[in-house]
Design a protein around this ligand. Structure first.
Ligand code: GAL
Length: 630
């Protein structure tokens, strides 16, 4: 894994630049990202490009031996552009346009914004597309972040109407698909189809889901315009887009897959602990498509400024985060940022060096990490090659949107259902690949779909293909419950697979009772499905009950998990319940289960076992990794 830093020469005096890049290089960093917020410095007035300073910065970085990742600045357009074309401002649901002075305040549909972004990309690629120091590109910055994919402006409303009309054709079909008879919601003409504005209570989930799809599509198509421009003028370089790792504003798979490489921004203090980090790193790899290539484009270097508490980062933590990224198969990791600024919105955000330019602990640990990674790359490169896992976990942004729209329990998210399954697999000492709805599922021994909420013929076909190829398929609670328009199925659940399962779901519960899973006594988790068997005991393919619910409630003794042949259903949702139920199933499929303590990750890489302890902040398992040797 290569290391780098995010660098903002336009925010610091030029007299510092040379020293900055030489120190990066001396610390063992080999990549530097720049430019992604510099639009106003690059185009200070309409039609007036100033690329000379950027050329000097790129040259200096290249001379210091750094590979430059050049960003296109569409996340932060200049004030003059917003002033002369106020229609490019994003309009929030309450009707107020976002003001200049921040970032991600633009409408993803606005033609002037899209054309201006394309113009900047063209100017940059014409000048730097063949620069030997430019090794990769970054388009935009965290598209969708700050809830910037959905816009309620007139241009978006017109585009949304056209998008829906193209998808459904006939109004009658739309009314039927969305079940608009509920609360007199029928559309009598296309003009009546409005963006989901605030009303007395929530809008139709079908409309809301369509709006999420449309918003994501608008963002992705804008990124594709920039990508085409860069690809045409800078052959042979990766073109990445950095998404915030936990965002669901856009379908990150649609963002990354066309490039065959993903990039995420990893801020562990923004999520809940090492298991979340592990999950999100694997999700990044999975969202690149079959290549599984991913970078961490921004890595937390120390305390940050935007969570509720912004806690301290203890010694050893930055190095441990780096190792975690490397062992999850990231190709590069760039720290955000090199040096904090004296001004602006992020003054409390640490960097690798301090405000006064002296080395911060982040830089010292980055240098240790760089040395260790180099040593491993020389002596045992196979340790950093992420092997294909034998377990696949299914993830889909459309399911995430449907669950966010109608969670049934406040705060419940797709991640809170899928991450526990990833954690359970990891706690059993195994890796998991996270695959998307378009991926081929036939290459894994076990395929788990923890929250495959929406049902489609295509999804069913892929699951059946996995079973036909010899995999065990395991569904989780609320799987195959609704159609692609977010309307509940009127067939036995799991929709389309109940007959194969020989069982069906009788209760889908937002769980508030003290329910456990037996065997064991793990809490069942926030979502629990109760199952009932449909086939007789003497059926040629009988149903095996794997677990029942326990605890002092009416649910005691009812079925929590079962299996019939190569299809299983787990109704519980906590990591502990999943671990208990999964262990025998995985052993039954020939997987070497080796339970690890929570807080410890174990990796089998190149015939070695590496243990990353997130509590003690140690990495053990091979001489090269001994902290003392570094
Ligand atoms: C990221 C963003 C960076 C910076 C960073 C602070 O989400 O891409 O530009 O704001 O957060 O942690």
């Amino acid at each position: 894994m290569k290391l780098g830093a995010c660098w903002y020469p336009e925010q610091h005096p030029e007299s510092r630049w040379g020293d900055d890049v030489r120190r990066m290089s001396a610390a063992g960093l080999t990549l530097v990202r720049l430019g992604e917020f510099a639009w106003a410095a690059l185009e200070p007035a309409p039609g007036e490009m100033d690329l000379a300073w950027l050329a000097r910065a790129i040259d200096m970085a290249a001379e210091a031996g750094l590979g430059v990742v050049l960003g296109t600045p569409s996340a932060a357009p200049p004030r003059w552009l917003i002033r002369s074309h106020p229609e490019i401002r994003l309009v929030d649901v309450d009707g107020s346009p976002r003001a200049a002075g921040s970032r991600r305040m633009t409408c993803p549909t606005a033609p002037v914004y899209r054309e201006s972004s394309a113009r900047m990309a063209r100017a940059l690629v014409e000048r730097f597309g063949h620069h030997p120091g430019v090794v990769a590109w970054q388009i935009d910055n965290e598209p969708g972040n700050h809830d910037s994919a959905r816009c309620w402006c007139p241009a978006c409303e017109t585009a949304f109407r056209a998008w829906v009309a193209a998808r459904y054709g006939e109004l009658a079909r739309l009314n039927d698909a969305w079940g608009t008879a509920f609360w007199s919601g029928q559309y009598g003409s296309w003009d009546e189809l409005e963006l989901p504005r605030r009303s007395s209570t929530v809008q139709s989930p079908s409309l809301l889901l369509a709006h999420r799809r449309f918003a994501s599509h608008q963002v992705v198509s804008g990124l594709a315009e920039q990508r085409a421009i860069i690809a045409a003028g800078s052959a042979g370089r990766d073109i990445l887009v950095n998404t915030y790792w936990d965002d669901t504003f856009v379908d990150a798979r649609d963002v990354h897959e066309p490039a065959g490489i993903a990039a995420i921004d990893a801020y562990p203090h923004g999520v809940d602990g090492p298991e979340a980090n592990a999950y999100l790193l694997d999700l990044a790899r999975g969202s690149a498509g079959p290549s599984g290539r991913a970078w961490v484009m921004e890595q937390q270097p120390g305390p940050i400024n935007w969570t509720a508490l912004n806690p301290p980062v203890p010694p050893g933590q930055v190095r441990a985060w780096g190792w975690q990224a490397a062992l999850h198969g990231m190709e590069a990791s760039l720290f955000f940022s090199w040096r904090p600024t004296r001004s602006g919105q992020e003054q409390y955000h640490s960097g690798l060096v301090r405000h006064d330019g002296t080395d911060d602990r982040g830089l010292i640990e980055a240098a240790v990490l760089a040395r260790e990674l180099r040593a491993v790359a020389d002596s045992a490169p196979e340790m950093l090659a992420r092997p294909r896992a034998r377990i696949a976990i299914l993830h889909a942004y459309e399911d995430a949107w449907a669950i966010e729209i109608d969670p049934h329990q406040a705060g419940l998210t797709h991640r809170s259902l899928v991450q526990p399954v990833h954690a359970a697999v990891h706690r059993l000492g195994l890796d998991a690949d996270i695959l998307g709805p378009r991926d081929d599922l036939t290459g894994h021994t076990v395929v788990i779909a923890p929250a495959l909420h929406l049902m489609s013929e295509d999804r069913l076909r892929r699951l059946r293909e996995a079973i036909a190829a010899g995999a065990l398929v395991i569904l989780g609670p609320r799987s195959l419950v609704k159609d692609l328009d977010d309307c509940w199925l009127e067939t036995p659940l799991p929709g389309g697979l109940a007959a194969t399962l020989g069982a069906h779901v009788v209760e889908s519960l937002s769980q508030t009772l003290p329910v456990t899973v037996v065997p064991g006594d793990a809490a069942a988790g926030p979502w629990t499905d109760v199952l009932e068997v449909d086939v007789a005991d003497d059926d040629p393919e009988p149903v095996e009950v794997l677990a029942r619910y326990g605890g002092p409630s009416y649910l005691a003794g009812s079925i929590a998990a079962l299996r019939r042949g190569d299809l299983a259903y787990v109704g519980a949702s906590s990591a502990e319940a999943w671990s208990t139920i999964l262990a025998p199933l995985l052993i039954g499929r020939g997987l070497a289960v080796l339970p690890a303590r929570v807080g410890v990750e174990r990796f089998e890489r190149g015939g070695r076992r590496i243990v990353l302890d997130h509590v003690a902040l140690t990495i053990k398992g091979s001489p090269e990794l001994d902290p003392g040797a570094a």
